[in-house]
Ligand binder design. Structure first.
Ligand SMILES: Cc1ncc(COP(=O)(O)O)c(C=O)c1O
Length: 343
């Protein structure tokens, strides 16, 4: 048993996974009377449980072997599986760096996992001095690092992230949901160096497929095997696999849209900065801006009453709104409404 296996919950290690009809016979042609499907209709067959066509294309785009790729029903399924594979409920712990993406904490609560927190420092980066001593805790199984981080928008310092991975015997999960909007390199390049590293990305942001619910996990073959054993057999529908395959046919369009969003984010930041009640627009490596304003609740309500919906994050980061970059005309409408506000 290697070190990663030892981190896995004993019941998961011993799990005999469900063997579905498509696991037992993988041929494409024949008279299929093995899965109790209806013989009628265009969507009568169960989806490919291993999403082989989609994973193969993702593999060539990302430069990561198929064996190192898992697809979940959104990153949210990947997050939940991390807890279910590694954290024994009522016993184990996770470390989070708030303010950060809320699902890490919700999933911890669902899986009865205690949450340790080290707040990000004043530059919204990992506070290593406070983090490193916590990593020796033998009940600490997971550390979630969100980079670029939601809601602050910035990437974590890569040397600090690597120090955490190296100092921690448990599993470090790096959530790169917004990495397509950043110029920093991806930690997918490092999964072959560290057995205890999981990198998450998603089709929900730059790929523009939030409705299709497809999240990606990149990790060692061993960790991916646990994900495949734990997931429900048909976790990604055929319709959603097809939507992702169709989207990946035109990579140029994805790149053009991503570049347009980045250019708009930069333009929007400049416009917001010149408003009298805006105190600070934080630097962003993502498709959104964290903006500190004088009266967040009032500005939020005023925008809502004009049908412009942003996220009020002032409970997590004092005085801050989180604003997603829209199209040029959506951003112009936002600025026009903000210019009318007189605090
Ligand atoms: C940091 C981060 N990770 C993951 C997700 C969710 O991704 P998915 O749509 O793939 O579940 C979000 C959604 O806002 C996010 O901000």
């Amino acid at each position: 048993m290697n070190k990663t296996d030892q981190l896995v919950r004993p019941n998961v290690r011993a799990l005999v996974p469900y063997s579905c009809a498509r696991d037992e016979y993988q041929g494409e042609n024949g008279i299929f009377l093995d899965a109790n499907e209806s013989p009628y209709g265009p969507l009568n067959r169960y989806p490919d449980p291993l999403q082989n066509e989609l994973r193969t294309i993702i593999s060539s785009i990302k430069g990561v072997p198929v064996e190192n790729i898992f697809l979940g029903n959104g990153s949210d399924e990947v997050i939940d599986l991390c807890y279910r594979i590694f954290c024994t409920p009522g016993r184990d712990r996770v470390l989070l760096f708030p303010p950060t993406y809320g699902m890490y904490q919700v999933s911890a609560a669902i899986n009865d996992t205690e949450v340790l927190k080290v707040p990000l420092d004043e530059d919204f980066d990992i506070d290593l001095e406070r983090t490193l001593p916590l990593l020796d805790d033998e009940r600490l199984k997971l550390v979630f690092i969100c980079s670029p981080n939601n809601p602050t928008g910035n990437c974590m310092n890569q040397d600090r992230v690597e120090q955490v991975i190296r100092s921690f015997k448990g599993i470090t999960v790096i959530d790169e949901a917004y990495s397509d909007f950043s110029r920093k390199s991806s930690f997918t390049e490092k999964i072959h160096l560290y057995d205890n590293l999981i990198v998450m990305q998603t089709f929900s942001k730059a790929m523009g497929l939030a409705a299709a619910r497809i999240g990606m996990a990149f990790a060692s073959e061993n960790v991916i095997r646990y994900f495949l054993r734990m997931k429900p057999p048909y976790n990604i529908s055929t319709i959603n696999q097809q939507a992702a395959l169709a989207r990946l046919k035109d990579l140029r369009q994805i790149h053009v849209q991503t570049d347009t969003i980045i250019a708009e984010r930069i333009r929007l930041a400049g416009k917001l900065q010149s408003l009298p009640f805006v105190r600070k627009v934080y630097p962003s490596d993502s498709n959104f801006l964290l903006v500190q304003v004088e009266d967040a609740d009032r500005i939020y309500s005023s925008l809502i009453s004009n049908n412009i919906i942003v996220r009020n994050r002032s409970r997590e980061v004092a005085g801050c709104l989180r604003i997603t970059t829209g199209t040029r005309s959506e951003n112009d409408s936002l600025i026009k409404e903000l210019e009318k506000i007189d605090l």
